[in-house]
Ligand binder design. Sequence first.
Ligand code: ATP
Ligand code: MG
Length: 319
Amino acid sequence: MLSMSKKVLLSGIQPSGKPHIGNYFGAMKQFVDLQDKYESYIFIADYHALHSLRDPKKLHDNIIGVLLDYLAIGLNPEKVILYKQSDISEHTELTWIFDTIVTMPYLMRAHAFKDAKAKNKEIDVGTFNYPVLMAADILLYSPDIVPVGADQKQHVEIARDIAEKFNKTFGESFKLPEPVILKEVATVTGVDGRKMSKSHNNTIPLFAEYEEIKKCVMGIITDSDEGIPKNVFAIHKLFRDEAELNKIYKEKTGKYKELKEMLTEDLEKFIAPLREKRKKFERDIPRVLTILKEGGEKAKKVASKKMEEVRKKVGVQVY
Ligand code: ATP
Ligand code: MG
């Protein structure tokens, strides 16, 4: 049973590709570490993934993939409510109501929109509106904390602003959530030195097989700083003590191949047990899907109660 006195945690991940070690250290690990302490809502942001993925088979498989990943990293469905966004229609319903109080100039300041604009991309309304849907994702469940990577800080702040604006306009309704960002892992570096991202094609997948790990690591751009390959080091320090690594990297100055081989082995040591756990869950997909469905039913109860309150507040409730 979930205790009523616990504080509430909420977070999610998009099934836009295979989760990677950046997702894990930046966000997912915190979900596991905090699951005993918080009443936790962890979801699969499938409607968000539609911005970048228009391949139904892939999206479908990725959704099940993320669910397996959540279970394999140790999220316990007895403690955590696991669900997918598209099962809870209140997320999109609340987005509409928020849309009526958020201005376009305000949303134009959001990073995702600015980045897309800078790249001269044809921007779909969904990408523009992404932070509003994310505000609805969060605010429906009244969380105290939202553990995320640094790239999502602004989106949590937008959710806070929207909550404040709604509260001011229609009366106190939404709790203001706090982002939780761990400094050391706020932005995990990808193999090309940019932020590791599913959509950048620069990841080390969290459940990679040995050969794939090797290939990813050998592909790390060895942008060197006096013989120290910065990008290799940045990833390596997720798995070993930094002082110890400093010593090793100094001893092996310029020996990029050796350092990469060492990182490959450290990654394999870390990933192998996770991979095994995931394979166990993969053998019983119907059971795993039941977990998601039941989580959705629990989340729906919370979301629909909040939505009822919102409909009353804005004045559309007449029965
Ligand atoms: P996409 O490229 O499709 O946006 P992504 O790799 O950025 O995918 P998301 O699903 O958007 O992953 O993010 C899931 C969580 O992982 C978020 O909390 C996000 O802040 C965090 N995260 C993503 N990339 C990193 C990273 N490189 N370092 C730390 N945290 C990250
Ligand atoms: Mg992202």
